[in-house]
Design a protein around this ligand. Structure first.
Ligand code: AMP
Length: 427
């Protein structure tokens, strides 16, 4: 063992777990394809002002959670991305994608970095998959966003998730509401905890998110955002709910759901998992029509998107027993050598099999035949191919099916013909 450890809040993903990741990623890619999405990959760092502008200076993320540094002493500050939406929108605007088509649907699976206090379900490096509808935020697009997110969960077999949904209205509605809320909360300022007092000045809507029971009691009597919404906001929200009903997607309207980021407007949603503890949000999203202009776009780019935490999805699936059945890839053929003088022959047999698309392994530690057999079984190889002095002389090899224990003697060409992909092999 070495004295070096992974940085707190960051973790290694070993091959056993990679099987689960690949399974989930495979489903995400498939469902994204069903919805006509194309994948985007953006750099892990961006100029810091993109996030300050695009997420909002009053948010927790920008206020205290960004990993920010200056590569050159007097150069521009850069930040490891704490979320993907700002970077995707930056890339979209930079490439002027809206010129080629009014709507672009882009998805990602990406690593993010936030300087939060590490705890169960909360890391400093974590991953999200997410999707952005750039150029459309109609109720149909919003319903598609929620539908796609829920379809990924359904395709993975995840059960018991709860969808909460709310509307934040037009930005003007929100400004009026923010003032009313501040006015209501001000007299309670001495009773508020430190975090809420800080939010009272900067972003009082975030107080609605508080998990502190005393603050929740204060909030219970606060003015309601819905009473400040104009008719068009209400109508758009009703439409979204109608589509969800039509699609048999269950939801709870939660007037206190505000989401952390500044750029959300109209519909916001969040999915919570009963399998997670205090950090029970597994994903969420909403409309962010104002972001493009915030980033300097001359025209409005309506948009909606969602993001789901991959690690929390994995924890949920593990607890629901959805990952046990996944088998790591095992070799099709394990070559067992009579003695290591024949290593050269084994190398060439192994090479021919691999070039024919057959997953093959051989002993690399010059172990006894018995130890090689044990290894073949441990690796759950489908077949063992014996390379002994007689086999090399006659160019006919024993091929043993480890499932049935039947053994045949075949030439290399015959083995390839039988096992190669497309010829009935197990690929
Ligand atoms: P957000 O971008 O904050 O809305 O987060 C979307 C989802 O990402 C959350 O619902 C979580 O599943 C996941 N997530 C956010 N922050 C973390 C973190 N620090 N560690 C692990 N997962 C996270």
């Amino acid at each position: 063992m070495s004295q070096y450890r992974a940085v707190k809040g960051a973790r290694d993903i070993f091959p056993d777990e990679i099987t689960s990741w690949k399974h989930i990623e495979g489903v995400i890619h498939r469902v994204a394809g069903l919805y006509g999405f194309r994948e985007i990959r953006t750099p892990v760092f961006e100029y810091t002002d993109l996030f300050q502008r695009g997420i909002g200076a009053t948010t927790d993320i920008v206020g205290k959670e960004m990993f920010t540094f200056r590569p050159e002493p007097n150069g521009r500050s850069i930040t490891l991305r704490p979320e993907m939406t700002a970077g995707v929108m930056r890339a979209f605007l930079q490439k002027n994608l809206s010129a080629s088509s009014p709507v672009h649907k882009l998805y990602y699976i990406a690593e993010l970095f936030r300087k939060e206090r590490p705890q169960a379900g909360r890391q400093r490096q974590f991953s999200q998959f997410g999707a952005e509808w750039l150029g459309a935020s109609s109720p149909e697009a919003v319903a598609e966003a929620i539908g796609m997110m829920m379809q990924v969960f359904a395709a993975l077999g995840v059960k018991g998730l709860r969808l909460r949904i709310n509307t934040l209205g037009d930005p003007e509605d929100r400004v009026r509401y923010r003032e009313a809320l501040r006015e209501y909360l001000e007299p309670y300022a001495p009773d508020l905890d430190e975090l809420s007092r800080e939010r009272l000045d900067k972003n009082p809507l975030r107080i609605l998110d508080s998990k502190n029971p005393e603050i929740q009691a204060v909030i219970a009597g606060a003015p309601k955002l819905h009473d400040f919404l104009g008719p068009s906001a209400l109508e758009a929200f009703e439409q979204v709910l109608h589509y969800l009903d039509e699609g048999a997607i269950l939801y709870t309207i939660d007037p206190l759901l505000v989401r952390g980021l500044d750029y959300y407007c109209h519909t916001a949603f969040e999915v919570v998992s009963p399998e997670l503890g205090a950090q029970d949000a597994i994903g969420g999203g909403g409309r962010y029509d104002g972001l493009a202009r915030e980033l300097g776009s001359k025209s409005d780019i309506p948009a909606v998107g969602f993001a789901v935490g991959m690690e929390r999805l994995l924890i949920t699936m593990e607890k629901q027993g959805l990952l046990q059945h996944l088998e790591p890839e095992s070799p099709e053929v394990y070559i067992v050598l009579q003695d290591h003088e024949l290593a050269g022959n084994a190398v060439s047999v192994c090479d021919s099999l691999r070039k024919s698309g057959i997953r093959s392994e051989m002993d690399l530690c010059r172990r006894s035949m018995k130890a090689q057999m044990r290894e073949a079984n441990k690796m759950r190889a489908a077949y063992v191919l014996f390379v002994g002095h007689n086999e090399v002389m006659s160019q006919a090899y024993g091929l043993k099916d480890l499932r049935t224990s039947e053994q045949e003697t075949l030439s290399l060409q015959e083995i390839i013909a039988r096992l190669a992909p497309g010829n009935g092999g197990n690929q």
